[in-house]
Design a binder for this molecule. Structure first.
Ligand code: FA5
Length: 355
């Protein structure tokens, strides 16, 4: 009797193998699974005659049927994976070839107006012999303040509260944060070869401040420094005026008034006549007719010394152009917040084929 039962198991396995080898479809495979392992399936059916067996035989046969059950389930699962893979391969073969270089049919993007004006300023300064430097947005207290003659607890820090990282670094509140590194970088060739330091460094700045039509918490500045023998305020004014007349393609009325920054001496505020209201006074210029655009001055001897340049021998100027404000004036943007709004409709109106 045991031989008959073993034969039944063997036959069942052989029939299953035959059926599987001629199955090429997942639906048919599922039918086979039900036919073998379902409630009324042939494997389950084997257990039906068990009630007539002795205790020992039942134990023995039950074990064999359970082994059969899991081997059938495994075989069906393997076949299922095989069929799925074949199905995917067939699907891939029928897919049209994908060419990654095919142009996408969507509206063309455009440069942000700040990028346009930044590039324009870079071109102007490069044509006057300046190099363009890039600098990190995350800086140390030394870079942003101490190297600029602003020690801890100096009141000048109050104007430039910014965002601090847990490690003590900060998001730079002014592009002047790069001054020390630039002076150090080019100081050697100034001293050894007599090559003047002439660099601009545009960058994003951050300040923890209440926003209004002319103040954002995230805005752009463009710093410039020039250090050589006999550099004076006249050089500074020349470069500023040249840059502004190139950007606006006309002479711009500017005014220079005294301004205090611990890293320049003397220091100035360079204002331009508000181009939104023509100097009449409007919310964009705080109703003064003038817009504070570019603080500047002669680099403080302590800052030169900190950068490794002898202030007895060399002098230099520095300026911190409010790039975002320049963009407002150039394009007549009344509220600075529009520039960070991400509103494509508002931004896409600014195009410039010169850049
Ligand atoms: C400075 O940041 C100095 N580092 C500038 C400087 C450089 C002086 C070199 C001397 C020598 P101030 O905080 O004024 O200065 O900012 C410079 C310009 O950045 C401002 O004139 C203005 O145009 C722009 N600016 C300042 N704060 C904001 C703000 N919150 N939103 C938009 N633009 C701003």
């Amino acid at each position: 009797m045991e031989v008959i039962r073993d034969n039944k198991i063997k036959n069942l396995k052989e029939t299953l193998e035959k059926e599987l080898s001629s199955t090429a479809d997942l639906v048919d495979l599922d039918k086979i699974r039900v036919a073998y392992l379902g409630k009324k399936g042939s494997v389950t059916g084997l257990l039906k005659g068990m009630k007539d067996l002795s205790h020992e035989e039942r134990k023995e046969f039950g074990k064999k049927v359970n082994e059969l059950k899991s081997s059938v389930a495994d075989t069906i699962e393997k076949k299922k994976a095989e069929l799925k893979e074949k199905e995917i391969e067939a699907e891939i073969k029928t897919m049209p070839a994908f060419d990654i270089t095919t142009p996408v049919d969507v509206a063309k993007g455009s440069y942000h107006p700040i990028t346009l004006v930044q590039r324009q300023c870079e071109t102007i300064f490069k044509s006057m012999g300046f190099t363009v430097e890039d600098y990190s947005e995350v800086v140390t207290d030394y870079e942003c303040f101490e190297s600029l003659n602003i020690p801890k607890h100096h009141p000048a820090r109050d104007m430039q509260d910014t965002y601090y990282l847990e490690n003590g670094q900060l998001l730079k509140s002014q592009t002047s944060a790069a001054q020390n590194a630039i002076i150090k970088k080019y100081g050697k060739s100034l001293v050894e070869k007599g090559t003047p330091i002439k660099a601009i460094f545009p960058g994003r700045c951050f300040r923890n401040e209440a926003t209004d039509a002319t103040h954002e918490n995230t805005f752009f500045q463009m710093e410039g420094v020039m250090v050589d023998k006999d550099i004076s305020i006249s050089n500074l004014i020349y470069f500023m005026k040249t840059m502004l007349s190139e950007v606006f393609k006309k002479d711009i009325k500017v005014r220079l008034r005294p301004g205090f920054f611990p890293f320049v001496e003397p220091g100035f505020e360079l204002d331009i006549n508000c181009l939104i209201c023509g100097g009449e006074g409007c919310p964009s210029c705080n109703r003064s007719g003038w817009l504070e655009l570019c603080p500047c001055g002669m680099i403080h001897p302590e800052v030169l010394k900190e950068g490794g340049v002898d202030p007895e021998e060399y002098t230099g100027f520095a300026f911190g152009l409010g790039l975002t404000r320049l963009v407002m004036m150039k394009y007549g943007v009344k509220d600075i917040r529009d520039l960070n709004s991400g509103n494509l409709k508002a931004l896409s109106q600014f195009t410039d084929d010169e850049v």
